[in-house]
Design a protein around this ligand. Sequence first.
Ligand code: BO1
Ligand code: ZN
Length: 224
Amino acid sequence: GAHWSYEGAGGPAKWGDLDAANKACAVGLQQSPIDIEATIKSQLPALKLRWARSVDTIVNNGHTIQLNFAEGSTLTLGDVKYKLLQVHFHRPSEHTIGGKNFPMEAHFVHRADTGGLAVVGVLMAEGRPNATFSQIVKTMPAAEGPAVKADAGINPNAMLPQKLSYFRYSGSLTTPPCSEVVEWLLLTDPIQVASADVAAFAKLYPMNARPVQKDNRRYVLRSI
Ligand code: BO1
Ligand code: ZN
């Protein structure tokens, strides 16, 4: 059978048929991404991010560029502690705000001991260069292949906006198997990256975003 992709025979409309394990992609009622429109202002816990100042490895996995973290980076949300596993990129953004997408979106994937995931999404707008993203683009493997040691200067903390306000909703992995195990924490403020860096990423991955999914009356909370 075809492998999953972003267009053609293995595209998003077919993901649910490609493998029995991907059922949720077709029939799930809490799928991601979604368009963020009406939100509910709520007293949400602060995002306590304790991330290392460097990453371990970088890989072009055929779907995106991904950076893997060594043990020790965490997110604490209320009384739940998650470990930071990896960050990767989508172009254009997967989440949309009022129907509009951003040039790119970064996903910082965390996992709790219970198996639940918390993904911190960072919207990326074109503007002033971001030194970390520039370094990633400069050193990313051009072809699909194994993970290699990442440049020591790649500091993930520098890919965060000043304010950690966020939208929160319950959703899924945005790629097969589309498992509905993700607490989505999408930062309200975008970061800026150089348009030349977006263009360099787009040479490898011009389009690797799943279309927005039905919200099926899910609530999106917005931190106060
Ligand atoms: S995303 O952030 O919704 N685009 C996303 C999509 C797929 C995964 C993670 C995040 N895949 C999962 C794998 C797990 C793995 C985990 C962390 O990524 O299904 O096996 O442990 O790398
Ligand atoms: Zn992602």
